[in-house]
Design a protein around this ligand. Structure first.
Ligand code: 5GP
Ligand code: ZN
Length: 128
């Protein structure tokens, strides 16, 4: 499969949980999808709204990101406000949302496929 945006072929790691989710080998609740990006609800939400935005191609974490991923990351970030409201976050400034990208073991990353947590909704939250 190729991307209309970058022209780059999608790379999947057969041992990666989120690559399996992208390929529908493991089910997930879809929030958004295009040729490069997938968003789905976190299986253990910390907040009333909690979904993950990921590139479909396998990038292990933010530690591997450079200028060549700038357009892809820009597209992911530009989706956040629209999807946050769509999923039930309240409008800024009383509402809002949090974006988190845990990176590496000391950064608290458990799944080694780049992902952005988007959390929001009325307080209190389970965590954070
Ligand atoms: P990390 O700790 O790597 O930043 O976040 C990984 C997130 O993936 C966690 O919040 C966890 O709940 C979520 N997660 C782990 N396995 C699955 C799964 O099979 N399906 C979904 N939808 N989320 C998952
Ligand atoms: Zn992956």
């Amino acid at each position: 499969m190729t991307s209309a945006h970058s022209g780059a072929a999608l790379v999947h790691d057969p041992d990666c949980l989120f690559c399996k989710i992208v390929q529908r080998k493991i089910p997930s609740r879809t929030v958004y999808e295009d040729d490069e990006i997938y968003a789905f609800h976190d299986i253990h939400p910390w907040a009333p709204v909690h979904f993950l935005l990921i590139p479909k191609t396998h990038i292990p974490s933010m530690a591997q990101v450079g200028a060549e991923q700038g357009e892809l990351l820009g597209r992911i970030m530009a989706l956040v406000p629209k999807l946050a409201l769509q999923e039930g976050c309240n409008p800024y400034p009383q509402g809002g949302f949090r974006i988190v990208a845990n990176t590496g073991s000391e950064g608290g990353q458990e799944v080694a496929h780049l992902h952005f947590h988007v959390m929001g909704g009325p307080r209190p939250w389970l965590r954070g």
